[in-house]
Design a protein. Sequence first.
Length: 122
Amino acid sequence: MDQKTVKLFDSELKVMDILWKEGDVPAKHVAEVLTGELGWNKNTTYTLIKRCIKKGAIERFEPGFLCHALIPKEEVQEAETDELINKIYDGSVDKLFAALLSRKKLSAQQIERLRQMVTELE
């Protein structure tokens, strides 16, 4: 993320996910979706939107209190991945990769795709 990393909690990521999927939408729509999906109270969602605004992750504007994501999903994914690698795998990408590969049986096609990705990085 730009100069400093914006730390978003899981609940805030739920709000951001709606904006990343649907684009600019009214805060009321975000609240309705999260009420339907998670059973959240409308005020809970509005509080989370306000937190995201304060953190610089969302911009809210008129008409209709439209919410706009200021941070791309890819930046959040990158920051979260870096945090995971540093916190759990001592900064070692190969340890993370080994852990992921050992958890699931991969198809020949998936293995070939991974080989291609590694070759492209070399």
